[in-house]
Design a protein. Structure first.
Length: 447
């Protein structure tokens, strides 16, 4: 072979290779790795070696969440209405309800979710990151505007719910206090539990009886909000002018504001391992601050955590790289642990037996009408206030969420976890106001 021929042979591009078939992934894991992890976890559970702590709980929850999330994204029709959140919530709940879930798995999940309070760490990271990671003008404008659709939507929901309740033979008082207020009261631990204590004291009835009466309404309301959120996301895909793709407030005529929005929508900076640690500590510190101030102020700790994060953002006292760290830990948690948290919520908080027992036509129609009325008003009033209608409706829908984890379910159904800060205000502040008003009103009616 002469020199020229040899040179051509060496510099010629390699022959085209047929593309390799893409390996099926379940979550971030290739399916062989996933099956290996399932085998190890299953054997640990079978031989009673699965620790009832954060390690055992997260192993079960992440494996279950990855699989159910994949199915929810794949199954036709279901993937258009928030199927990931629906499956992650209700499959574990059904497994517990029918006694199918192994006892070791259930103990590990309860330990991770409740005993170790991992749910609060997750929510703290999402709240701190969503507030500190958004443009401060968007934050201020969004918080000021969101209360209008929230207030008007609540009035519309209560009015529509009572009318439908009367049509199905439910008294206005029973519909208001035992169906509508539990839906909009802020969840189970933040809403139904304090409501049941107040009702028990006022009415001299057993608290357990009141809890069983109110929990189904809160669960069904949350389900309707999840499905509605998924439908709203599909509407936003088909009608892009109605959706901000995760942004709540429309750009105005302020060029600095528009530049902030453009930068926020642009390419995200590379993940920094040190900033992830900083963001984790900032989120934890804000949560601790809320807990310290709650007994002094009488305001719930999670609400104070939101206020603290807003003050940090608006005052601009936190360096920009620390804000970036909070945003990055938010993204890490939402990408990797959302499905796991939903599975934990289904296992621990959603009672399958209570949910099934409440499925009668009148009850379902009342709950559905109330939540849909809330969302429709949020959609149109939000658009009138120069918010994106889809995002405004989704944030308003979170008023019927089961606390922080309910907000995760609603927002993840629409792929809008960046709205967590607004959702938490809608759920917690709106829920707290509902509880206070309902308690005073019931006391007045009972006297």
């Amino acid at each position: 072979m002469n020199a020229n021929a040899k040179l051509l042979a060496e510099t010629a591009p390699p022959a085209a290779q047929p593309p390799r078939p893409r390996t099926l992934h379940i979550g971030p894991l290739p399916w062989p790795v996933y099956l290996g992890a399932v085998l190890v976890t299953g054997l640990a559970c079978y031989y009673q070696k699965l620790p009832a702590d954060i390690i055992g709980g997260l192993s079960v929850l992440m494996l279950g969440g990855f699989l159910l999330g994949k199915l929810g994204q794949t199954i036709p029709v279901l993937n258009q209405i928030g199927g990931t959140a629906i499956l992650c919530l209700f499959v574990p709940s059904a497994l517990v309800g029918y006694g199918v879930m192994p006892d070791g798995c259930q103990k590990a999940i309860v330990a991770a979710f409740k005993t170790a309070n991992f749910q609060y760490f997750y929510i703290a990271c999402l709240v701190a990151g969503s507030i500190l990671g958004m443009p401060y003008r968007v934050l201020v404008h969004g918080f000021l505007r969101m209360f209008v659709p929230l207030l008007l939507g609540t009035f519309a929901a209560i009015g529509a719910g009572i009318v439908v309740g009367l049509c199905f033979g439910h008294g206005a008082k029973d519909t208001l206090f035992y169906i509508l207020v539990p839906i909009f009261g802020g969840g189970l631990s933040e809403g139904v539990l304090p409501l049941s204590l107040a009702y028990a004291e006022i009415l001299h009835r057993p608290q357990t009886e009141l809890v069983a009466q109110m929990v189904p309404a809160a669960l069904i309301g949350n389900v309707v909000a999840i499905v509605s959120s998924g439908v709203l996301a599909r509407l936003g895909d088909r009608r892009p002018e109605l959706s901000g793709q995760g942004m709540l407030v429309r750009p105005g005529h302020d060029p600095h504001h528009d530049n902030d929005l453009a930068a926020r929508r642009g390419a995200e900076p590379p993940i920094s391992l040190s900033l992830l640690g900083a963001g984790m500590l900032i989120a934890s510190g804000l949560f601790l601050l809320g807990g310290l101030l709650a007994p002094v102020t009488g305001i719930p700790g999670p609400v104070l955590m939101i206020i603290g994060a807003v003050i940090l953002k608006v005052s601009r006292v936190l360096p920009a790289d620390m804000e970036a760290g909070a945003y990055q830990i938010n993204r890490f948690m939402s990408v990797n642990l959302t499905f796991a948290i939903l599975c934990a919520m289904g296992t621990v908080l959603v009672s399958w037996n209570q949910l099934v027992a409440s499925f009668n036509l009148g009850y379902l129609v009342i709950c559905t009408t109330a939540v849909v009325s809330l969302i429709v008003v949020g959609f149109f009033v939000g658009g009138w206030l120069r918010m994106f209608p889809v995002e405004a409706a989704i944030v308003t829908a979170c008023h019927s969420g089961l606390g922080g984890t309910g907000d995760v379910a609603i927002l993840s159904a629409a792929d809008r976890l960046g709205l967590m800060a607004f959702a938490q205000v809608s759920t917690r502040v709106g829920g707290a106001l509902m509880i206070v008003i309902a308690t005073f009103l019931l006391r007045a009616l009972a006297s």
